[in-house]
Write a protein that binds this ligand. Structure first.
Ligand SMILES: Cc1cc2nc3c(=O)[nH]c(=O)nc-3n(C[C@H](O)[C@H](O)[C@H](O)COP(=O)(O)OP(=O)(O)OC[C@H]3O[C@@H](n4cnc5c(N)ncnc54)[C@H](O)[C@@H]3O)c2cc1C
Length: 429
């Protein structure tokens, strides 16, 4: 890429599943040796493994331990961290602009800043897609990042208190029967069960959760047998599952379905669809997919600009699109980690090939399943999904090992285990 003696300036935007791995490993391979300066930019200060956001929403994730400070990670792995939200891109000048940072009371902490790059990797993830459905933006909650998941949890705890205090039921409607919505339904149920152990009398008020899916079945990425077993499990804990139910609107009372019927709900969560963050539309003439993802060639290089790469949920490999999952994001990050050092010396990056290693879904502590690419399924049955739930936990720990290293990863796991004797297993304050 360059022959000059100056280190190549690599900027990675987004420190999620893909970006955190990239910054850590490129910092080790290129930053440590001075061959490149590696800078990570993220709009928040701490990394969270997005597939556990529904646990933050339910309050069953232990907040301090499940976040990894970007600053601390940067200081250990030879990269720089800049807090800020990318808001514009000047591709001619190879300069990105970061939005001002404000404090919670609205006061400006840092003004707009610019950052120059020689190569940029965009890893800014995705959001749920409400497809412009009327009333959804105003009346539904989203759990696409930690701020939203915690805001949901604040509302959930307030409504729990109201329900316990008034001995009345709590109605929650979740739109989207994919892994996010389905796992959230079970996790909220588990949270209410746990809260009842600590407070207000031992009988929790009825929690009426309705899971709405427009398609013919929930968990469409899994074999039909898993979808059917998950419905059975959810129904057993009292969740109403409605498939073939397209939501056409939302208001303060609940959701309106396409057939004109209504689902009353105090809390309404939108967990359907996927689209890229809106900022991709402000990146000059980068070519975008229908849902705003940056179109990339098979080697993950932008079709419009050879110095820009995109990975994970915000990228669309036009020749061979892959579903936006943590597994795909991680594999794409590993591909660039392997080939970037040669690329900055002028070698081409080979095409990325996705290897489907299967998927795991866990319904709180109730059950779980895993599916291998050939259609084989494990979990469920008499083991009550113990093996699949362990599989889900292992995926998270594997991610922690990748980010922390094995020794610190094991230590973090040990600390979590010790903490389970000291702290309540659900957020109560
Ligand atoms: C509740 C939930 C459960 C899920 N469960 C599973 C599962 O079981 N299995 C699975 O494979 N997948 C699951 N997924 C999907 C999976 O989390 C994503 O596919 C994966 O996180 C994508 O990784 P990424 O690196 O592309 O983006 P992310 O991990 O989302 O990271 C994006 C990063 O970019 C930052 N960012 C965003 N916009 C900007 C900006 N403008 N400027 C600066 N920084 C920005 C964000 O702060 C974030 O750190 C789940 C998702 C959710 C929400």
């Amino acid at each position: 890429m360059t022959n000059s003696d100056k280190p190549v300036r690599i900027v990675i935007v987004g420190g999620g599943v893909a970006g955190m791995a990239l910054a850590t490993r490129l910092g080790e391979s290129l930053g440590r040796t001075g061959r490149a300066s590696v800078t990570l930019v993220d709009k928040s200060f701490a990394h969270v493994w997005k597939p556990i956001l529904h646990c933050f929403a339910a309050g069953t994730a232990r907040n301090p331990n499940d976040r990894i400070s970007f600053l601390s990670q940067a200081s250990r792995h030879h990269f720089e961290f800049w807090p800020g939200e990318i808001q514009a891109l000047d591709r001619t000048a190879k300069r990105l602009t970061l939005a001002p940072i404000t404090s919670p009371d609205g006061a400006q902490v840092l003004g707009e800043r610019t950052l120059d790059y020689d190569a940029m990797i965009l890893a800014i993830g995705s959001r749920a897609n409400d497809f412009g459905t009327p009333g959804v933006a105003e009346h539904c909650l989203f759990i696409d990042n930690l701020v939203e998941a915690r805001a949901f949890n604040d509302r959930f705890r307030a409504e729990q208190l109201r329900a316990f205090g008034n001995a009345q039921g709590l109605d929650i409607a979740i739109v989207g029967g994919g892994a996010t919505g389905t796992q959230l339904a079970a996790e909220l149920h588990k949270a209410l069960d746990l809260v009842a152990l600590y407070s207000f009398g031992r009988t929790p008020p009825p929690l009426n959760i309705t899971l709405l899916e427009a398609g013919p079945r929930i968990l469409p990425a899994f074999p039909e047998s898993v979808s059917a077993a998950a419905v059975k499990e959810l129904q057993a804990i009292g969740v109403t599952v409605r498939t073939g139910s397209q939501v056409s609107g939302a208001d303060a009372e609940g959701l309106i379905l396409k057939d004109g019927s209504r689902v009353r709900a105090t809390l309404r969560v939108w967990a359907a669809g996927v689209k890229a963050p809106e900022v991709t539309t402000r990146m000059g003439d980068l070519t975008l997919s229908r849902t705003g993802q940056i179109e990339v060639a098979p080697n993950l290089q932008s079709r419009a600009d050879a110095s820009i790469f995109a990975v994970g949920d915000c990228a669309c490999i036009t020749d061979d699109p892959v579903a936006p999952t943590a597994q795909a994001a991680r594999q794409q990050a590993l591909h660039l980690i392997r080939h970037f050092p040669a690329w900055i010396e002028g070698k081409a990056i080979p095409p990325f090939r996705f290897r489907n290693r299967g998927a795991v879904v866990a319904l709180g502590d109730y059950n779980g399943w895993g599916a291998f690419p050939g259609g084989a399924v494990f979990g469920g049955g008499w083991l009550r999904g113990l093996s699949a739930r362990l599989g889900h936990i292992m995926l998270y720990r594997q991610h922690q090992f990748a980010v922390f290293g094995v020794a610190r990863g094991l230590l973090a796991w040990f600390v979590d285990w010790l903490e389970s004797f000291v702290r309540p297993s659900v957020r109560l304050d």
